[in-house]
Ligand binder design. Sequence first.
Ligand code: SF4
Length: 241
Amino acid sequence: MKLYDEVIAHINETLSAYQAKTLPVGETNWSDVGKAKMILRSEMAYELGGDRLPALGSTIVTNSQDLVPQDEIVLYGLDLPEISKDQPYARITFVRTDESAMGEGNDLYNAIHRIEYFRYHVFPEGFMMRVSAASERECVRVGSEALDKGLDFAKIGNFMIDALHVHKDVQAVKVIFVTLPEADYDSLREDYKMTKKITDTIDHMLKDVNMDCNSCSLQEVCDEVEGMKELHFGISHNSLA
Ligand code: SF4
């Protein structure tokens, strides 16, 4: 499945303009506090993506070993202990999966969704993700007490890697954090929108029996993304079989 590979390549190209820091991958070693634990304004040190700054969270699936060779955490910009006020923020996660295990049609769509939804099921201490699907934002409240205990992006990255490896189809995960003020968040947001369009198109293919590309409202996406049409005609063929 190469559907999202061009988006990943474009994100890599955008980020290649900035200096990356690779963070250690290993044991998570950080508490899971569960959904009920809120960080109040009075308890937070700052907000990533707060005060209407860019705030982006994206999870993208690939089967390419070249794009995601192993588990990895990369940071562009300041790490959590170095930040003292609200910052722009992006969390981009590339997830390599086993193509044969992902299945086709509904199975594929559901597998992609399960992986994308991991962000609703991770609750690291002192790092409260606030996801708004409507405004397509992912902000984070960072707790003062957790920073005193040593919270940093390496701990959060490892926490996310472990949460994604719970899915049996996941083979490797690359977590990218961006806090650089000068990073091109507009370009990263466009890539996020393209990712969403591709997933929405897969959903449409499953629900709509229209097989005429010339009269289909999704033709633009399917013309642009390699493998999209093959996926639709493959889905239809299999559902008829
Ligand atoms: S393959 Fe053709 S019919 Fe199917 S969603 Fe794409 S444009 Fe529409």
